[in-house]
Design a protein around this ligand. Sequence first.
Ligand code: ARG
Length: 478
Amino acid sequence: MAADLQNNNPTSFAAPNGALWGGRFEGRPSEFLQEYGASLPIDKRMWQEDIQGSQAHATMLAQVGVLSEDDKAAIIDGLNAVAADIAAGNFVFDINDEDIHMSVEKSLTARIGAAGGRLHTGRSRNDQVALDAHLIARKMARELHAKVLKLREALLGRAEQEFGVVMPGYTHLQRAQPVLFSHHMLAYYWMFERDCKRLRTAYEAADVCPLGSAALAGTTYPLDRSLTAQLLGLSAVTPNSMDSVSDRDFMCDLVYACAMTQMHLSRLCEELVLWSSGEFGFITMDDTYSTGSSIMPQKKNPDFAELTRGKTGRVYGDLVTLLTVLKGLPLAYNKDMQEDKEPTFDAVDTVANALYAVTGMIQTMRVNKDRMRTGAEGGFMCATDLADYLVGKGMPFREAHSVVGAMVLWCEKNGRILQSLSADELRTFSEFFDDDALEAVDVEKVVAKRTTQGGTGHEPVQEQLNLAKERLTKDCAW
Ligand code: ARG
């Protein structure tokens, strides 16, 4: 290869069989195998990163004297022309080129001749693909981060807008204690806040430069790896060439962040599906986020929430795929690793679309305050507070729990609710009950009394809102 680089014949370094590595071969894989081995349909998505990386590499090579200034200029201009062609849709991707790296280099050489053949000096596709993957993972982490911020903004917006609305809180999907709807929205807000943190971690993992590691062992050319990293805006150079070409941890970090985000989206969507049912009726999904039935004229289905829940499996699958590809790989590069991009891109695309859809659902759904309020008043959800009332009068909590339990049983048998008991009826259960007992079970008060930090009382929820706003501003500045 080195001898060919000195030769000005533009095609001399391409072997007779057409592939860029063909020199030592007499036969070539069948058409089927070429297609089987190709990653171009998937990795052509990294064309910008590939060109950016090559331009940085050429600039660095010229800086250290490995490449002439003329060759460097020809390479930079030529790559700009390739980029313009791809951007305009005029580039013909040929499956025989195996991957985006081959494709771009071949097109460059066809344009500028021998200088194109000098670009790959001191570089291997192993460190080239690692670099492209780092760059695109970094970009994707940032784009997803921005989308999660939009959803956090939407959840926060609804929490502010509906402040004061009371709804049933559940455990085991059984009505447990009344909570503020804002509190419920903010619970999701914090899940997505943590997802942002995970995405920033994925960004940082990708923000290092493996280029200059060559095939696995480094190279004899006097490369300035720090300069390449600096040209690409990457914050550090990787410390070990073998690790550099075989590390895909940064992709796992990104896909893990996707899996967690999708899991949170799925939980939220599950609630939206339940809440929009006739039985709950807590929200009305906007028509624009609903579909109808081809046979039942009355139907309005929360399809997109369901679909989001359904897409969670594929994102988990992407994570397991990626982890399994890497499991058992000896150092350093192995062709197995070509299977890294499809699951990564699929996870990112799926979550990006889901985030967009769910943000719209949250922004547009109608909150049915009355239904929530009615739900909060039924189901004996004030029982704990009635027990606490007895504790306040001096009864041990265990005994109070048992007294109120007996009251609930009696109410159930007699078709009554706790709030309907008269003072005399109350006293048949315990002489600790005074006339003020039922005030303790007023739903507003039950909520307002939960004043512990992070609780559902109006005051701590207001504090939580302020904190959430602060964090949103901070994360938006990232
Ligand atoms: N298409 C390959 C991939 O995505 C690029 C690296 C190929 N390197 C090699 N030695 N075959 O992993």
